[in-house]
Design a protein. Structure first.
Length: 215
């Protein structure tokens, strides 16, 4: 069968296809410029929607390989990162005791009743010896608190002016080599004077700043 297409028609078709190609190229050149992040997001979206004909699943491996070579947006990176393990505890692990209840830390200073300081009155002033291998004479006091409890407190610093019926302030703090002593007396508060002639760590011992000789 003879072809009915004339040379003029073929030339018109060629010119139309050339003009269409020029128009497409001009539109692609003059199109809106995208940032590298937008291009990467667009490329990742294309990869997500592509289907592997062998496994009929999304090509996750190609996305992972592509993320190593290029930067992903913050939203994609956060979606692909998991800080915790996906695997949960098994029944055998539960039977062995994998899930243990959370035990709150015990209160070491129950006499304070969640307060920083408690006022009290000295019932007795005495000295005691520390446990082995230490050897010393430690000053302690039995304090009757305003909440009705009676505790043993340590007297810090060198020298003190405490006697029976002195009003003092106690705080939390154990003494390592004195069993049962879990409180400290606050120096420089109420009837308890500070340490005399103390130059370092004065705030811990209630000592005033010494006056200069020239002043």
């Amino acid at each position: 069968m003879l072809s009915l297409i004339t040379p003029a028609a073929s030339s018109r078709g060629r010119s139309a296809s050339c003009s269409l190609a020029r128009r497409i190229g001009a539109s692609s050149i003059a199109g809106p410029s995208r940032s590298p992040l937008q291009q990467q997001a667009r490329q990742s979206n294309r990869l997500i929607h592509t289907v592997n004909p062998i496994t009929k699943r999304s090509s996750i491996m190609s996305i992972a390989q592509n993320s190593k070579s290029t930067l992903l947006s913050g939203r994609i990176a956060s979606a692909s990162f998991h800080s915790t393990s996906i695997a949960s505890v098994t029944y055998r692990q539960v039977r062995r005791g994998a899930r243990k209840p959370h035990r709150p830390t015990p209160n070491r200073v129950p006499a304070l009743e969640s307060r920083p300081f408690v006022r009290g009155v000295c019932a007795r002033i005495f000295t005691t010896k520390p446990k082995k291998p230490n050897s010393a004479v430690r000053k302690c006091a039995r304090i009757r608190l305003t909440n009705g409890r009676t505790v043993t407190a340590y007297i810090p610093g060198e020298g003190h002016n405490l006697q029976e019926h002195s009003v003092v302030l106690i705080r939390g703090g154990r003494v390592k080599d004195l069993p049962g002593v879990r409180y400290h007396l606050v120096r420089g508060a109420l009837d308890f004077s500070g340490v005399a002639n103390r130059t370092t760590s004065r705030s811990k011992y209630g000592a005033k700043k010494p006056k200069e000789a020239g002043a």
